[in-house]
Design a binder for this molecule. Structure first.
Ligand code: BYC
Ligand code: FE
Ligand code: FE
Length: 499
């Protein structure tokens, strides 16, 4: 499971892969391929934001380890086969750059009312507010995730994992830069104010929280981190893919390049959960435990029982599904019909008018306590469709996790809970649904939810496992080593040199 270009590309949607190489100015004060040097006003605005960003990084970025030498990749180009270079870097010295995927000559708006018109190179005036809102919401999630993951370094199960955490963190920082570039370049004073506000909101803080729900939840342990990077970074993948279809070309190009980095975040999540499962199955087999529900004995082995993994997955899946917004949404319709945001793989969808004028889409609703599939105008169901595509996209890694369990001869299967399970946004809000899709009474929910979502004892147990392992080549009891190192490094490689 090495991070080769081809592995990474399987996570990057076909329609957004890059095909041409564009020179990146890596020597500039802000590395970029957007000719920053030729726009002095923009350069000054970004240079004045830079120290505030670094201040935020010091205050809210990884706690500790800021002096450690971390084996990180840095984006130095936008060619998918050779865009990154690896080397030891102290995180505050990371070269956060502004990188856009190459311009596609003659690109047109792929969907909505303006379909077929040349893609916008400037902000379309009539959609300014909506476009800014989409960029701000996207931008807000990036620093939020860094804040959520802030304390994890101290309990890293290995230097390899610690390095992956910091890699994800610096790249989420770069994603913030990507959105700030768009705000500052294209939205004048408003944009500069929004860029500043992105450094002021704080994940989980009551008086100035991050915008979207899942980004105010805690990521208190490594299992949460792996579930987050598998499930929540995958919302990132889907939303970035939808924004990569934007008729506003600078946003499209930004998101196309961000997707290249996103693939590694998903890899960290998938393999992190996968290695946790591997350690559990190996320990169970060694101890001769066949029953995955023999929880007390399994936990005594210092590994995570599979039912607990399922509950953690249930939690992360449900809060992430909320990130798609209401299934039926006029905002969603507006974003699509204006051409600011497409569907997943929009340009590849054949047999479709890309305008959805008369199209309908089935949305499941709860009506009189029953689940009913209703045909809704497809435009208004755009969020629902992206959510459905997301759920399909989640399944691949889950199937691979189940293969590990099956191979170990253990009778257990990780599944996706029903779409409406534990939802706070959209059609299922205010209803209680079981993971197998039954509408429940409040009493039934209260009696069972502890079996479906992590309970206090679960979280305390996971907490107790979070003992750091910081010698090169060593791993905590609950997680198996990776098959292959980062950039083909060997098993003893010192991914983080802690001074
Ligand atoms: N929590 O019509 P509605 C990533 C608000 S992740 C709180 O239902 P809409 C990453 C909504 O803002 C990808 N509020 O939905 C991952 C609206 O408020 P306003 C992030 C919510 O607007 C890991 C109101 O409810 N990118 O990159 O069509 C690590 C009614 O909204 C929530 C994007 O999301 C919620 N869950 O859709 C690092 C792409 N859901 O405006 C990074 C950009 C909805 O009335 N954003 N609301 O005050 C969008 O496309 C849309 O804003 C959303 C919401 C899909 C998020
Ligand atoms: Fe991101
Ligand atoms: Fe990410």
């Amino acid at each position: 499971m090495s991070v080769t270009a081809s592995d990474v590309l399987t996570e990057v949607p076909e329609s957004v892969r890059n095909d041409a190489f564009v020179e990146v100015r890596t020597d500039a004060s802000i590395p970029n391929n957007v000719e920053l040097e030729s726009d002095k006003q923009l350069q000054r605005a970004l240079e004045s934001w830079h120290p505030n960003y670094l201040g935020w990084w010091q205050e809210m970025g990884p706690d500790g380890f800021q002096d450690a030498e971390v084996y990180l990749r840095t984006a130095v180009g936008v060619d998918p086969t050779g865009w990154a270079k690896f080397g030891y870097v102290k995180m505050p010295d990371y070269r956060w750059g502004i990188l856009l995927a190459p311009k596609v000559e003659g690109r047109t708006i792929p969907c909505g009312k303006h379909k077929g018109e040349p893609a916008w190179q400037e902000v379309p005036g009539e959609y300014r507010a909506l476009l800014k809102r989409l960029i701000v919401v996207q931008g807000d999630t990036e620093p939020a995730s860094v804040e959520q993951q802030r304390f994890l370094g101290k309990t890293a199960p290995s230097l390899y994992d610690m390095r992956n955490l910091f890699q994800v963190n610096v790249e989420e920082g770069r994603h913030l830069w990507a959105m700030v570039y768009l705000l500052v370049k294209y939205f004048g004073k408003d944009g500069r104010e929004e860029a500043q506000a992105l450094l002021e909101r704080r994940s989980g803080q009551a008086d100035n929280p991050r915008i979207l729900g899942a980004f105010n939840e805690r990521t208190p342990d490594w299992l949460s981190f792996f579930m987050f990077t598998y499930f929540t970074d995958r919302d990132g993948k889907m939303q970035l893919a939808a924004l990569a279809e934007s008729g506003f070309d600078p946003l499209s190009r930004s998101c196309r390049f961000m997707l290249t980095e996103e693939a590694h975040h998903l890899f960290v999540g998938e393999t992190g959960v996968g290695r946790t499962i591997e350690a559990t199955c190996a320990a169970m087999n060694k101890a001769g435990i066949k029953d995955p529900y023999d929880v007390e004995r399994i936990r005594a082995l210092g590994v995570v029982d599979l039912p607990l993994l399922q509950r953690k997955a249930n939690f992360h899946m449900s809060v992430t599904r909320d990130l798609f917004g209401s299934e039926i949404s006029s905002n969603g319709a507006e974003a699509f019909s204006s051409g600011l945001k497409g569907r997943f793989n929009e340009a590849q969808l054949s047999g479709d008018d890309h305008q959805l004028i008369d199209a309908v889409y089935a949305v499941t609703r709860v009506i009189d306590g029953k689940l009913v599939d209703e045909q809704v105008p497809a435009l208004r169901a755009i969020n629902c469709r992206l959510l459905d595509d997301y759920m399909a996209d989640c399944q691949g890694g889950i199937d691979r996790w189940n293969k590990v369990i099956e191979k170990a001869g253990i009778d257990f299967k990780i599944t996706q809970p029903y779409k409406g399970f534990n939802r706070r946004i959209g059609e299922f809000r205010g209803h209680r649904l079981s993971p197998d899709g039954r509408v429940l009474s409040e009493q039934e929910w209260a009696a069972n939810s502890g079996d479906w979502l992590p309970n206090e004892a679960d979280m305390a147990f996971i907490g107790s496992l979070m003992q750091p392992c910081m010698e090169a080549g060593g791993y905590a009891s609950w997680i198996a080593p990776p098959r292959v190192g980062i950039n083909q490094q060997n098993g003893e490689f010192e991914y983080v040199k802690i001074n």
